[in-house]
Design a protein around this ligand. Sequence first.
Ligand code: IMP
Length: 189
Amino acid sequence: MNPHKARELAVLLPGWEIEAIEAEELPEEDGETFYDNALAKARFGRLAGPPDAWAIGEDSGLEVEGLGGRPGIRSARYAGGDATDEENVRKLLGELAGVTGDGRRARYVSELVSLSPGLEEFRGTGTLAGRIVDEPRGSEGFGYDPVFVPDGEERTVAELGDAWKAERSHRAIAAGELRKSVCSAAEER
Ligand code: IMP
């Protein structure tokens, strides 16, 4: 898993003792949706881990209105297979050159899927709406955070910082939903 995402999830799911699998070890992301890819990662983790361990898969990305929803599930590889965050951001700003107004509207999506040792499936989904600005600003977060300003804010996510993300991000919303669905299933037993 991308180490930035692993760090965020450790904060968002305290007490879950998450052990991340290196991104290079994971199967190729060939699903058509964030959910498909998150489920494939969870299945892989379930088989790779000890028989009594739970597994979590996360897939996330950025959807931009003026680009017909791109980069979407290809967000990590937007500028190429080994693209850095900076290269992806540069490509995004290049594609959006001359695009104004609603064309710069965007949303982050996070899908979390957890599998119990008996393969019972739990899910959490989160989105964060905002817009893409012209120039990168800020140093926290990762990926497209330096160019993403959430609705109701003036600063980019990279300026708002990790504490803001832990409360309000797409991943925070997805983790809250996932935690709730796992806990309510446990209470029913
Ligand atoms: P994944 O590891 O295949 O799910 O790729 C997710 C990609 O989406 C990341 O590499 C980023 O480019 C982008 N992304 C997902 N979540 C965030 C976020 O919280 N901030 C910035 N970029 C994100």
